[in-house]
Design a protein around this ligand. Structure first.
Ligand SMILES: O=c1ccn([C@@H]2O[C@H](COP(=O)(O)O)[C@@H](O)[C@H]2O)c(=O)[nH]1
Length: 235
């Protein structure tokens, strides 16, 4: 599936603010946004998140998952970070997702409202790992089930692997924004990622955004690695 353009988000996974800023500068010409997540935020704090993101659109990947009141209150504490996207876990359920939607609408002015993204099934999980959590059936069925619940409950989009893009589009249409980690350029190590595709495969499947961390940040030349991925996306 082509027709939607697919953009790159660089995951700045580090405990060092200066390193995050360096990676942002090195990859800025090739990425549409930077992602700051649990590792950086716990190590460096919220003020450093804003510093690390600089002028780049910020994907704030804190994967909130708690009772509705706590998630809503936490979102209220994130106003100063001006994220372009933020994440919650779809498995938190309908009431939690709906509370997050209300909190986003109340916390941010309409012209600066982040996309509320729900994580479906982590890309580090395969069928065996999912079954161990008590979920029967396929990863794809669970992603579509959680994706439908999240969109019905007010999420703007989903975090999923490339493998579930087609079934999600079939179930939910073109509107939800699909953000896709688990991206590995040909020949690069999967590490802990289980459901992976290359940048071009994710683009052809219909990803709106791909998220890439270690293949860029652990490369000997992060700028060149990001440039190669951007070139692959636009080929
Ligand atoms: O299902 C998910 C949700 C989030 N992530 C995050 O994306 C990056 C991927 O980094 P790589 O180094 O390219 O594997 C990382 O920050 C994760 O927290 C994910 O991988 N899967």
């Amino acid at each position: 599936m082509r027709g939607r353009s697919t953009r790159l988000i660089v995951a700045l996974d580090t405990k060092d603010t200066a390193q995050a800023v360096r990676w942002r500068h090195e990859t800025a010409g090739h990425a549409g946004a930077v992602k700051l997540g649990l590792e950086f935020t716990y190590a460096c704090g919220l003020d450093a998140v804003r510093e690390a993101a600089g002028d780049s659109p910020l994907f704030l990947d804190l994967k909130l998952h708690d009772i509705p009141n706590t998630v809503a209150s936490a979102i209220g504490s994130l106003a100063a970070l001006r994220p372009a996207m933020l994440t919650i876990h779809a498995s938190g359920g309908r009431a939690m997702i709906a509370a997050a939607r209300v909190a986003v609408n109340e916390t941010f002015p309409e012209n600066a409202r982040p996309l509320l993204l729900a994580v479906t099934v982590l890309t580090s999980m395969d069928a065996g790992a999912l079954h161990e959590t008590g979920v029967e059936g396929s990863v794809e069925a669970q992603v579509v089930r959680l994706g439908r619940l999240a969109i019905e409950s007010g999420a703007d989009g989903l975090v999923c692997s490339s493998h579930e893009i087609a079934p999600l589009r079939q179930a939910l249409g073109d509107k939800p924004v699909l953000v896709v980690p688990g991206i590995r350029p040909a020949g690069s190590a999967p590490g802990d990622q289980k459901r992976v595709m290359t940048p071009a495969q994710a683009r052809d499947a219909g990803a709106d955004w791909i998220v890439v961390g270690r293949p860029i940040t652990r490369a000997s030349d992060p700028a060149a690695a990001a440039a190669a991925i951007a070139a692959e996306l636009s080929a």
